[in-house]
Design a protein around this ligand. Structure first.
Ligand code: TXA
Ligand code: MG
Length: 350
């Protein structure tokens, strides 16, 4: 399939190009577009055959439901049975933004979107290009992350091109995704609402509006393998680069010592070693592929760089990635969730 790459300036969106991409969505085509979390692969959410093409392009298991993206709170009522009062409050506070709400679906939502569940996940992204595109298309847009299933989510158009060139109609290019991790998925069908996937909006932020939110026990338990996550997508070992990932967790000095020790061991076996470090530690290593994820004191910088760093290590063809754990508070909860999945829960505590 021929894929067109269309460049848009986030501060001055070319309306002809935008209309062109919106028309492709209306005609049942696939358009990858930037959001503030990660790039998404969009199709008309109400067109079953268009949505099926998303699953084909990504190689996505059909039992993993999709998020429906909107550009106006007014669109929600047609997509759900009823809007719980608590949902209104969080929409007003956090939309547009990196928060997805799960509610009971209306009959208009095709089964292929929800993988047979009677709930639907809805999000209003804040990226100006995403909002303008959805508004112009005038339809709700189903959009998973625009990566090949199993790979780290794409935070730049280059990542999308690597995975989906030749498999989609259009890839819109408009810089890097600022948040860098996917949205928080919050189940509004239970009280207190429950976080099914940690993401761009933290539990503390949600608590300011909701008083209390629960976190799906499978996300925080060490028994992750036996507890069944309630968000179908969370059960897959994804976010994985090709290399074997090992997380080292503990106080910084012990972590650095352990990384150095393991680096030596793997190097001796002839493996090419990558070290996923931080600004605070990157200069303590040498003779390995070293990438700083960001600043431990500003974990948002780590969130923004994590997926790109994992992809970069694949480009450099490392065999083993030794990754420093960071504190799992605030956005750190989402960072460590994605990192643990990338590592297949291979975590060494020191
Ligand atoms: O930030 C994001 O959410 C990005 C951008 C493109 O908006 N999208 C994204 O979509 O991450 P995807 O398909 O990669 O992840 C959607 C997650 C999956 O874990 C899926 O299982 C869950 O949302 N999900 C979708 N519908 C659900 C539902 N009805 N109930 C529970 N979980 C649901
Ligand atoms: Mg995804």
């Amino acid at each position: 399939m021929k894929t067109e790459v269309i460049k848009l300036d986030i501060n001055n969106i070319d309306l002809d190009k935008l209309n062109y991409a919106a028309q492709i969505l209306k005609d049942g085509g696939l358009v990858a577009f930037p959001t503030e979390t990660v790039y998404g692969l969009g199709a008309n959410a109400l067109d079953e055959s268009a949505v099926k093409r998303i699953f084909e392009a990504k190689g996505r298991p059909s039992d993993n439901p999709l998020i429906v993206h909107i550009a106006d709170i007014g669109q929600v009522s047609g997509l759900v049975k009823a809007i719980p009062p608590e949902a209104f409050a969080v929409m007003e506070r956090f939309w547009p933004g990196p928060l997805t709400l799960v509610m009971e679906k209306s009959l208009i939502i095709p089964e292929v979107i929800t993988a047979g569940l009677d709930t639907v996940a809805i999000r209003m992204p804040s990226h100006p290009v995403a909002l303008a595109l959805i508004k112009e298309a005038g339809i709700p847009i189903a959009a998973p992350s625009a990566n090949t299933s199993g790979k780290p989510s794409p935070t730049s158009s280059q990542h999308v091109i690597e995975d989906l060139y030749g498999k989609v109609d259009v890839i819109i290019e408009a810089g890097c995704s600022k948040v860098g991790l996917e949205s928080t998925v919050l189940d509004m069908t239970v009280l207190p609402p429950m976080i099914l996937r940690p993401g761009g909006i933290t539990p503390v932020e949600l608590n300011t509006v909701l008083g209390k939110v629960d976190i799906d026990p499978s996300l925080v338990s060490k028994e992750t393998e036996i507890l069944k996550p309630r968000s179908p997508g969370m059960k897959y070992t994804h976010y994985s680069p090709k290399a074997k990932v090992i997380i080292i967790e503990g106080d910084i000095q012990s972590v650095v010592s352990k990384v150095l020790e393991l680096q030596g061991e793997y190097a001796q076996k002839g493996a090419k070693v990558g070290i996923l470090a931080t600004e605070q530690t990157k200069d303590m290593y040498s003779s390995a592929e070293i990438i700083s994820m960001g600043d431990r004191n500003e974990p948002a910088t780590i969130a923004a760089n994590l997926f790109a760093a994992l992809r970069e290590f694949d480009m450099r063809q490392v065999d083993v990635i030794l990754a420093e754990a960071i504190e799992s508070t605030g956005i750190g909860l989402a960072i460590m969730n994605r990192m643990s999945k990338a590592a297949g829960y291979n975590i060494i505590k020191v």
